[in-house]
Design a protein around this ligand. Structure first.
Ligand code: PHE
Length: 457
């Protein structure tokens, strides 16, 4: 396909292209911005432990299921279910995914906009100064409603331009260069962070679980939600990407790569944020909030030769990582409309306009507007509330429906036929069937019910 608007479905250029695009969708602000913040709120290593359990026991099997369903039907969210089980209400799972994509993009674009601002701050040397000054800078910047809204609009506009270009041209090419560069810079930053004074304390906090904390259902449900968010699951995004995948590729293998790369990136981000954080006097990871990464990391750049260059490069890569995720988020509703006969261009433009409006309350939620910054009754800001509602509820619900659909309705036989199409092997196929039929649905259901019970108490 060419770089112009086209009605035909695109395909990935190569297997590596798919893995990179799916990993690009997975790796983003969820890893670098949300993960350290939620580890901080969740009390450190105990959260990390639960998170890892969720990724490998619950989310990776669902990731395999989503890609398989997408490739088997060659359809986007809603139509995929209609195609696999016509005349049933299962298409609502796709509709939930479309809604989640729109809602998540509305606040995700705001945080992605912050990273654009921070490229500028780092490059112009505004991030030097003591911890208090750097923290105050974030406060002032995030409270500037008009600027943060315009930056969010810019993110949405760039996303729209890339999406109109189509699957292979836009998404694949952007990701191929960015991913290795991002990993490299994360490694360099982690190496520097670990040699800071105070790093040992941060490391202890990050790696030594206080197991008694796992008893809290909030931690478990947040870890589950974050695992879904980070792997781009439960919104039918991976289903959509899978629908562009050729039959010769091994899905389980690709899924294992995506989950491992995504988890490595998240763990690396924590390995940077906590050692640096604890090197600052009076640091409390639990209160960092949405500004945690933006307040902590500049301290690291200040401690490096060529720090402003490093800082600018880091935020530029983070912005690119965010962009490969916004592309995936917007691709879900776009693909749903394209499958219903809309032109790609019209779908992208309509959705982008609507999401830009929806982004405004999130842009005003960190000081721009008093009420939105501290919602009465829930005692949190609008952006954090969006994160909780969509991550902790909508995505696991989408994942639950996906597991039940693939495990029981579409059925393991169809799924395994797709997973082993064209002579592919799938080691651990029986284990996967067991996980997708029993472990995934029951674990998610249990966590959702317990969380609801806790809320109602
Ligand atoms: N996984 C992305 C991140 O971690 C966010 C995302 C969620 C992207 C859902 C697409 C779909 O930043």
């Amino acid at each position: 396909m060419g770089g112009t608007a086209t009605e035909t479905r695109g395909t990935w250029g190569s297997r590596v292209g798919f893995i990179l695009a799916a990993a690009g969708s997975a790796i983003g602000l969820g890893n670098v911005w949300a993960f350290p913040m939620l580890v901080g709120r969740g009390g450190g290593a105990a959260f990390v432990l639960v998170y890892l359990g969720c990724v490998f026991l619950i989310c990776t099997p669902i990731l395999i299921a989503e890609i398989a369903l997408g490739r088997a039907t060659q359809k986007a969210p809603i139509e995929a279910f209609r195609h696999a089980r016509p005349g049933t209400a299962w298409w609502l799972t796709g509709a939930l995914g479309v809604m989640s994509g729109i809602a998540i993009l509305s606040f995700y674009s705001v945080v992605a906009g912050w990273t654009l601002g921070y490229i500028w701050f780092a490059a112009t040397g505004a991030l030097t100064g003591d911890a208090a000054q750097v923290g105050a800078l974030f406060g002032r910047f995030a409270a500037n409603g008009p600027v943060t809204a315009v930056l969010a609009f810019a993110v949405l506009a760039i996303t729209a331009v890339i999406l109109v270009g189509g699957v292979r041209e836009g998404i694949e090419r952007a990701t191929k260069l960015m991913m290795p560069a991002l990993f490299l810079i994360l490694l360099v930053l982690a190496a520097r962070a670990l040699t800071l004074p105070g790093a040992a304390e941060g490391l202890r906090y990050y790696a030594r679980p206080d197991v008694s904390r796992i008893a809290s259902i909030t931690i478990v449900s947040t870890a589950l939600g974050q695992a879904f968010f980070s792997l781009s699951l439960g919104i039918c995004g991976m289903l959509t990407y899978g629908s562009y995948l050729g039959r010769r590729e091994n899905i389980a293998h690709a899924a294992a790569w995506v989950a491992s790369l995504d988890t490595t990136a998240a763990l690396l981000a924590g390995l940077i944020v906590f050692p640096v954080g604890f090197s600052i006097a009076g640091f409390d990871p639990a209160t960092g909030g949405p500004g945690l990464v933006f307040a902590v990391l500049p301290r690291l750049f200040g401690a490096m030769p060529g720090g402003s260059l490093f800082g600018a490069a880091f935020f530029a890569l983070l912005a690119l990582a965010a962009l490969t995720s916004t592309i995936a988020l917007l691709e879900v509703p776009t693909a749903a409309l394209v499958d219903r006969g809309w032109s790609r261009k019209r779908a992208v433009l309509t959705l982008t306009g609507a999401i830009a409006v929806l982004a405004i309350p999130s842009a005003l939620a960190n000081g721009g507007n008093g009420t939105l910054s501290r919602l009465p009754g829930v005692n949190t800001d609008f952006l954090s509330l969006m994160l909780t509602v969509w991550n902790n509820w909508a995505l696991p619900l989408g994942g639950l429906l996906m597991a039940v659909f693939v495990g029981w309705v579409w059925g393991p036989r169809n799924a395994l036929a797709e997973l082993t199409a064209e002579g592919q092997t799938m080691p651990g196929a029986a284990l996967w069937v067991f996980l997708i039929r029993y472990v995934c649905p029951l674990a998610i259901l249990f966590i959702l019910v317990m969380t609801a019970r806790d809320l109602l108490r």
